[in-house]
Design a protein around this ligand. Structure first.
Ligand code: FES
Ligand SMILES: [Fe+2]
Length: 430
């Protein structure tokens, strides 16, 4: 039996949180990891201050001056396209006394003026002006008082990440096997863009429950019955559980589930939900994928569905359309979710409308999937109030397959174990 993570005495739950017992075929997670505030505080330092975190997509700030304010790992940041053509990420905190410099979620501007004492920063982050500079005397280092940036900032295929740890590995190394899954998204069209607007919601559940849920093939049929009934009624399709086929460990805590769903894919699979008038468009988009990438990769890009986790909190749902989702913990038992639709850039207006309709119908906060998922996650969190009475959650589905070298299905829990193993490693290394 291997004890994988033992919280330091700081926590009042002196239990071993992740315990994998290969001979017994069990993988257990102590529920303190999901409910204890001390564990939650440890995670901030051990995970969110160490890992590369998703900030936004380059397509969100196409023009010089464009910006987006984002809370990333609960730190306020600004993603800003400089007038020198460089996209940068800054901490959203004034160098003077710390006020948020940017207090609107998005826009376009040459400069931002802090509302407290009016220090003004240009789009390269430089401190361009301040009232009464002479009050600081001749040694005042204005050039050294620009906005600060996180220790590391980089992008991969349009996805911009930041890391607060100067000692972290580079982004490409960090992404490990997940990079190929980002490629499958980025290769869906000549260019992809985040559509305007976002879904924002929250729930009384630990952030790791959202991570698990986003890669949980096992819950699909019991929880999403209503959606599948709707699909059958409207589109005449029903998922075949046998086609839910793979759970994958992508290294460094990243993971994916792969399946072949029956639903519409705007670049590859037409169904009535996309409208008769778009049938040719979808077929042409798929033909273009085949021309560019060959039939095998085109099939993989366009007709295989997948949910991908980029550890710790970015999910890419590459299903009917593409949904980019961030999971932000705010307390042991509370989490904020933001999700965007990533679409073919410049696509036809009717196609875009249908894609967004699909996005809101399934993934939206009032759609067929999300409320049912939240109900399940909040029920788990409520169950953790049993405390030490029922201390362990079980994540061992498919252990026997995983450890005998067989592939696991998406309704196995291999992908979650990949997440938890990485979690324990980072938590133990604090
Ligand atoms: S806090 Fe920003 S100008 Fe004083
Ligand atoms: Fe779900």
């Amino acid at each position: 039996m291997t004890v994988l993570y033992k919280p330091k005495p700081l926590t009042e739950t002196p239990t071993d949180c992740v315990v994998e017992d290969i001979p017994a075929g069990t993988f257990r997670v102590n529920r303190a990891a999901l409910a204890d505030e001390a564990v939650f505080r440890d995670e901030t330092r051990a995970i969110f201050e160490r890992c590369w975190l998703y900030v936004g997509h380059e397509s969100e700030i196409p023009e010089p001056g464009d910006f987006r304010a984002r809370d990333v790992g609960d730190r306020p940041l600004v993603l800003w396209h400089g007038h020198d053509g460089v996209r940068r990420v800054f901490y959203n905190s004034c160098r003077h006394r710390g006020a948020l410099v940017c207090r609107v979620p998005e826009g376009n501007t040459r400069s931002m003026s802090c509302f407290y004492h009016a220090w003004t920063y240009g789009s390269t982050g430089a401190l361009n002006g301040l009232p009464g500079q002479e009050g600081y005397g001749p040694t005042f280092d204005r050039a050294g008082m620009g906005l600060h940036s996180p220790a590391k900032v980089d992008s991969y295929r349009g996805f911009v990440f930041a890391c607060f740890d100067p000692g972290a590995v580079d982004l490409r190394t960090y992404l490990a096997g997940a990079a190929a899954y980002i490629d499958l998204v980025a290769d869906q069209a000549e260019a992809m863009e985040i559509t305007p607007g976002a879904h924002e919601y929250s729930a009384d559940a630990n952030w790791k429950l959202f991570v698990e849920n986003s890669m949980d093939g096992y819950h699909l049929l019991p929880v999403h019955t209503t959606y599948f009934e709707y699909l059958e009624k409207v589109e005449g399709v029903r998922p075949n559980p046998g086609s839910l086929d793979e759970g994958i460990d992508l290294g460094n805590g990243h993971a994916a589930v792969k399946l072949r769903g029956p639903w519409a894919r705007p670049v590859a699979r037409w169904t009535p939900v996309l409208g008769e008038q778009n049938r040719e468009r979808v077929e042409a988009a798929y033909a273009e994928l085949v021309r560019k990438h060959g039939p095998e990769r085109a099939d993989l890009i366009g007709r295989v569905d997948r949910n991908v986790l980029i550890f710790p909190n970015l999910i890419i749902l590459d299903l009917m359309g593409v949904v980019v989702r961030t999971i932000t913990p705010t307390a042991a038992g509370h989490t904020k979710i933001t999700q965007w639709s990533l679409a073919t850039a410049g696509e036809d207006a009717d196609m875009r409308a249908r894609r967004l309709e699909n996005f809101i119908t399934f993934q939206g906060p009032g759609g067929f999937a999300t409320p049912d998922d939240l109900e399940a996650l909040e029920a788990c969190q409520a169950g953790y109030r049993t405390g030490a009475g029922v201390p362990w959650s079980d994540i061992s589905r498919g252990m026997h397959r995983e450890h005998s070298g067989q592939s696991c299905g998406s309704s196995d829990e291999r992908q979650m174990r990949a997440f938890w193993r990485r979690w324990q490693k980072l938590m133990s290394a604090r």
